[in-house]
Design a protein. Structure first.
Lengths: 130, 158
């Protein structure tokens, strides 16, 4: 980071460092995914409860149903997105050395995106009967 | 003007003792400003606990989301892989994880509603804040019990 004058107001130190137009983007997406998850978590838990004690074939058939497959994929996207945004804030708050923080951020993004892609692929594979 | 006159104060007088002591111990950039006191200054209170637990359960749920991905991959893989998942889930260790996971999800879900309402500007008076925090704590235990009552009503695990 450039020289930061501790006696300047934060705004003065931030000026000239680039656009701040995306300042609320994280906040807004975190809330939108939260609202989506309020509903999708109820659906997901209800699906799991309804599958309690059922065998492999019926679990697969349930996931293969188009309504379930679509809602599951929506749930997975919202969940991994929300998780990444949450972990980003945790890392920003607790991991102070800039290099270490950046490595953590990139690892969290890679893990969340990979897990999202893999689990969506699994649902699609089941839904298409492959 | 007050703002203009601050810059004329000699620098040795600007730095408060509190701020100069605290920045040495951390990785934070040094600052001459007085810093707000951190957690250890306060007596534990429910508002603080619910906030910390929200973050802790969030981290737990991120780990849990990876288990969901693994379970779905196993279901797509075949009956053998899926029987590993159900055997793990039905073991005492698996059940312990699932109980804890259910509570973490119930808490984060319920307390998340509290946070969304606060984002909209509701529930900021101290008595509302304390009451809603207790709703999150007790409600999460109630929700967990309800979910597991339903699980065993519908036939238990595996």
């Amino acid at each position: 980071m450039n020289h930061v004058d501790p006696m300047r107001a934060p705004l003065k130190n931030a000026r000239g460092l680039g656009s701040a137009r995306h300042g609320t983007h994280h906040f807004i997406i975190q809330r939108i995914t939260a609202i989506a998850l309020l509903v999708l978590v109820i659906y997901f838990v209800a699906l799991l409860v309804s599958l309690a004690g059922s065998d492999y074939a019926s679990a697969r058939a349930a996931v293969a149903h188009p309504v379930n497959a679509i809602l599951l994929i929506a749930f997975l996207i919202a969940m991994f997105w929300h998780g990444q945004l949450g972990m980003q804030v945790v890392i920003e708050d607790y991991v102070h050395p800039p290099g270490k923080a950046m490595v953590f951020q990139v690892v969290v993004i890679f893990v969340c995106v990979l897990a999202a892609v893999a689990s969506i692929f699994a649902v699609v594979r089941i839904a298409l009967g492959a | 003007m007050v703002v203009a006159s601050i810059s004329r104060i000699p620098s040795r007088l600007r730095t408060s003792g509190y701020a100069s002591q605290t920045h040495k111990a951390s990785h934070m950039p040094p600052t001459a400003r007085p810093l707000s006191p951190h957690l250890q200054v306060y007596r534990p209170q429910i508002q603080m606990v619910t906030s910390i637990v929200h973050r802790a359960t969030g981290i737990i749920l991120v780990v849990g989301s990876l288990l969901i991905a693994a379970a779905l991959l196993a279901l797509a893989q075949g009956a053998d892989a899926w029987s590993c998942v159900t055997a793990l889930a039905a073991s005492w260790f698996g059940l312990l994880i699932l109980f804890g996971w259910t509570w973490a999800l119930a808490y984060h879900w319920l307390n998340g509603i509290r946070h969304l309402l606060q984002d909209a500007g509701w529930g900021y008076s101290i008595d509302q804040f304390v009451r809603n925090s207790w709703i999150s704590v007790i409600g999460s235990l109630v929700l967990t019990a309800l979910v597991w009552a339903a699980v065993y009503y519908y036939g238990g695990i595996a």
